[in-house]
Design a binder for this molecule. Structure first.
Ligand SMILES: [Fe+2]
Length: 205
């Protein structure tokens, strides 16, 4: 689970956690939906991380990065965050600044790990190099960002569903499959798709 309570004695400063908590509360106040998305993404990413046999410290950095991945949206005008209409080009550009704004926020947290910062900055990069903000390609994209982008897109598809969970799950998986090796790291997509449905069971029926 995501750990946001103050911790000591394991290399994680309580300052860092307090900072993270402050910003997460701001995000929740701004947009409950994005806040919930961040929690689910962190939960799913942790499941991926365990399958990859990450160390405890790596798991902490992965879940923390995923929990904070959209934190930059607190600095984006609120009206751009609700999806009632299509954004124009300038609005889209403003919204697309959120990974860099997020990096700015997270970098200022006391004692934050580089892997967390990278996860936030690079979670919209794409395997084919057409993502943003740096147009990184393939394994240039940090591993945790590659994980974050898969579970984030999966969660968006599941949480926006207007159909039964089982059907939505299959549709989301098939979209991931089609984007494998284009938007996403094919090996990680394959790993994600191999997780039993019960492990993805964080969505209401
Ligand atoms: Fe994002």
């Amino acid at each position: 689970m995501v750990k946001i309570t103050p911790r000591t004695g394991n290399g994680v400063s309580s300052c860092e956690e307090t900072d993270a908590l402050y910003w997460i509360k701001r995000l929740r106040a701004l947009n409950e939906e994005i806040y919930s998305h961040c929690i689910r993404v962190a939960i799913l990413a942790e499941k991926m991380g365990k399958e990859l046999n990450l160390s405890e410290e790596q798991l902490r950095n992965l879940t923390r990065g995923c929990f904070l991945h959209d934190i930059g949206k607190v600095m984006v005008p609120g009206e751009l965050l609700n999806k009632v209409r299509r954004l124009n080009e300038r609005e889209r550009e403003a919204l697309d600044l959120h990974p860099v704004l997020g990096e700015f926020i997270v970098s200022a947290m006391d004692g934050i790990n580089t892997e967390v910062i990278q996860t936030v900055r690079s979670h919209h990069e794409q395997w084919d190099g057409n993502g943003y903000p740096d147009r990184l390609e393939g394994e240039q994209i940090p591993l945790f960002s590659r994980i974050c982008s898969i579970v984030s897109v999966f969660d968006n598809m599941l949480s926006e569903r207007k159909m039964h969970k089982r059907k939505a799950m299959e549709l989301a998986k098939s979209k991931l499959r089609r984007a494998s090796g284009i938007l996403f790291d094919a090996e990680l997509v394959s790993l994600f798709l191999s997780l039993p449905d019960e492990m993805l069971d964080i969505y209401s029926p």
